[in-house]
Design a protein around this ligand. Sequence first.
Ligand code: ADP
Length: 486
Amino acid sequence: MPDKKTQAANPGDSFATAFGFTKILSLSSLVLILATGLILSVVIANSARQTLLEKQEQFATLLAENLNHQIYRRFILPTLIGFGSIELSQEAQYDRLERTIESATRGLNIRNLRIYDLEGAVSFSTDRAEVGNTVLADGKVLGTIDNLGKTFDIDSEISQWWGIFLLDIEEDSVVLRTVYPLRMEDDLVGPERRKGPLIGVLELRQDISEDYKTVLRFQRVILAASLVSSLGLFLMLLAIIRKVDRSNAERIKERNRLERELHQSEKLASMGRMVAGIAHEIRNPLGIIRSSAELLLKKTGSKDDLQARMLKAIHDESKRLSQTVNDFLDYARPREGKRDPVDVGRLLEQALVFLEPECEKNNVVVEKEYEQEQGRIMVRGDKDLLYRAFYNILTNAMQAMAGPGTIHVRSEKNDGRLLVEFVDTGPGFDENSLDKLADPFFTTKDNGTGLGLTILKNIVESHGGSLGLDNAPEGGARVRISLPLA
Ligand code: ADP
């Protein structure tokens, strides 16, 4: 047979494993959400940066086109007419070009502007010292001379990834460099000036740090938003996990408790079966001892010698013991009840007649307030069991009063049910133990079994009824039985 403990532990273990798996799953999904959020924010921020650069390039192209036009119209044409040829080595020509460029670029963030001739030498520069320099022309400039068209690049020391952590960036940290071919214009009037032959290469450097700063700010906002939302999600998940964790722990605790209880009641049940077996074996010899003692007592008559006293003790003790054994057996092995019509009035009469000698001995008066006429209060059930129930209540009442007193027995029919009420004039139930009175083996008596009220409750409930135990307003214990009428 498999070990019960192992059997019981397994489902809990698998639940715990499954839950551990859920935990890992939620945490890994959190990492995934976090990573996705981060990647998304980087992608969005990069596309914003790209858009900014494209706008800057468009602007730079417009600027270069306009410069080309201004240089052609306000410098090349008038110089050719005035001087016959263009020679920037002449101070006057150079100054005219400088003025033209200055007026076209005023207010724009131009850091440096150069014009290269077709040999790659600097023929004009905003930094005059560079004029005549032949080494400044790099691959891009030479490529443009070779008709490869305009190019743009970003000159910056700020990393694309770590830039967002810079709180401020200095001027000229991000520079857009534009290399643009300068051409003659064929048609000055038309909306689209046709491009003529190449006359030089324009190189422009613009500071775009201010715009770049805006992009970095935007990048920071996106990153922070994605981190905050991921964190929120994580906290939510954490709260859910904790809650499930707690309820799981409670469930496991509760199940362990139930298992322990089950184990305990199994143990008790098998012990009960064993004791019931022994009690059953004791009952018959005990009956013989009791009846023999009774017989001998009768024979001794009214003698009060040692022998008679000993016989009386044997009789009393064997009577008490057989009551205990019977109580225990009634509780441990309740018999299957019958479903016959039972006259409650007659049953109460029978029980009271049986107890009459004892009542007389103790000066106990029974007040009857129920229909004694035959067949007036009928229920369906087991006569013997119901008799036992009434007997238990009445003997308890007499034991509680322990002397003279009154037992009031009353019945009432109401709504298809019969209420039988017993009120005695004893000390009443202990108010603090009311909910324990019907528990098995609860007793306040030295020689009580604590089974009388338990058996009573079982009998009443097996008849579809209910039992109420409390104290009457005028004092004394009140036992109420409610049974369905036949
Ligand atoms: P036992 O009579 O063996 O003690 P019961 O189950 O019949 O067992 O009763 C349980 C306890 O309920 C008694 O020990 C007693 O304290 C209390 N009790 C029962 N009937 C009365 C009553 N009529 N008045 C006061 N207390 C009572």
